[in-house]
Design a protein around this ligand. Structure first.
Ligand code: SF4
Length: 357
């Protein structure tokens, strides 16, 4: 593919992590775990920042083979209206959650930019911290979201291999590899403060994915040194559509990848969601991971009524209650933090906070 940015193939940006992931590395996983744990403690202390996703809509115009919301799935479609969003957020607040990630699929007439912006505005009146995982936007659109109180976005590249990417994204706007790759920088230019990136592990050869992801992080950290960059490690979960990972990633490799990222990128938040099971999440807490989702529902409207919530984007693996998860953290002497963001800081990173219309 032509037009790829130079950083994507700059091996100098990932050589240290390549050495730690190499099968020939002389570092055992126990040694990496101990170093990663010490670095996590030194840089982040004994705290775990917590957030929860809220699925606004399951409308989508794209055809990602690995997703239960792809436009060829048979499940009923719906979106939350403002009064429903308020009720969902109230249910989340009752669980203690103060940091919400709003999700929707690729743009459709039912759930496009105006709908997302209104939803952010509603959420920002209720939650101390609002971030978004949705479709790639223009700089002006990101500026509009920042003005309404969105402080961060999550945008996974899914795979950094352009050829695999083309095969996995069968139709729709998400087929545009380069537009997606450049999205974090458009968001930061538009005044969004934090960006979460990641590869969906299982779609392509995992060492190559890990190294490309590391290069992406370093490129963003070098270019946008004021921004908060975080990295997630999602693995493919069962979903309607039945896609099976072409390159399954086992616990041993994922743990080694998390430790290598913590050692190589000591200041970056590392995120692990409820896609992972309770045993693996408990094991990684304190060893490198600094941010986790909690009590997640991956259905539209799932917090108030999980029995009537329709189909999910993927199956959650760690389905413990917020209370049970926090108890497990405290047993490890890790303090759960539900809100570490002051609303006074909301607004664009590089401009004045404007009224939201
Ligand atoms: S991953 Fe996102 S863009 Fe792709 S089908 Fe699912 S909701 Fe749509």
């Amino acid at each position: 593919m032509t037009g790829l940015p130079a950083w994507l193939s700059d091996v100098r940006l990932s050589s240290d992590i390549a050495a730690l992931l190499s099968p020939g590395s002389d570092r055992t996983i126990e040694e990496l775990a101990a170093e990663s744990q010490a670095m996590t403690l030194r840089r982040f202390g004994r705290v775990m920042s917590l957030y929860a996703p809220l699925y606004l809509s399951n409308y989508c115009s794209s055809g990602c083979v690995y997703c239960g919301f792809a436009s060829d799935r048979s499940s009923p479609r719906r979106r939350l209206e403002p009064d429903e969003i308020e009720l969902e957020l109230a249910a989340m607040k009752a669980l203690g959650i103060g940091d919400v990630l709003l999700l929707t699929g690729e743009r459709t007439g039912n759930a496009g930019y105006d709908y997302l912006r209104r939803s952010v505005e509603t959420a920002a009146r209720i939650m101390p911290r609002v971030t978004v995982e949705a479709f790639p936007m223009t700089v002006a659109e990101y500026r509009g979201l920042a003005e309404c109180g969105c402080t961060g976005i999550t945008i996974y590249q899914e795979t950094y291999d352009p050829e695999e990417y083309r095969k996995l994204h069968r139709w729709g706007p998400k087929r545009n590899f380069l537009e997606r790759l450049e999205t974090p920088e458009r968001a930061l230019t538009g005044g969004i403060r934090t960006v979460g990136i990641g590869a969906l592990l299982g779609l392509a050869e995992p060492v190559g994915e890990a190294l490309a992801l590391a290069r992406h992080v370093r490129h963003l950290c070098h270019t946008w040194w004021k921004a908060g960059i975080s990295v997630s490690f999602p693995r493919i979960r069962p979903q309607e559509g039945g896609y099976q990972p072409a390159y399954p990633v086992d616990d041993h490799f994922l743990a080694r990848m998390i430790f290598a990222f913590r050692i190589g990128l000591p200041d970056v938040d590392l995120v692990l969601s409820t896609r992972e099971n309770a045993r693996f999440r408990d094991g990684m807490a304190g060893l490198g991971i600094t941010r986790m989702s909690i009590a997640s529902k991956t259905t539209v409207g799932g917090y108030r009524d999980s029995s009537d919530a329709g189909s999910s984007q993927f199956d959650v693996s760690d389905d413990r209650s917020a209370e049970a998860f926090c108890s497990a953290l405290r047993l490890k002497n890790i303090e759960p933090v539900f809100k570490n963001w002051d609303p006074a800081y909301n607004g664009p990173i590089n401009g004045e906070t404007a009224a939201c219309h």
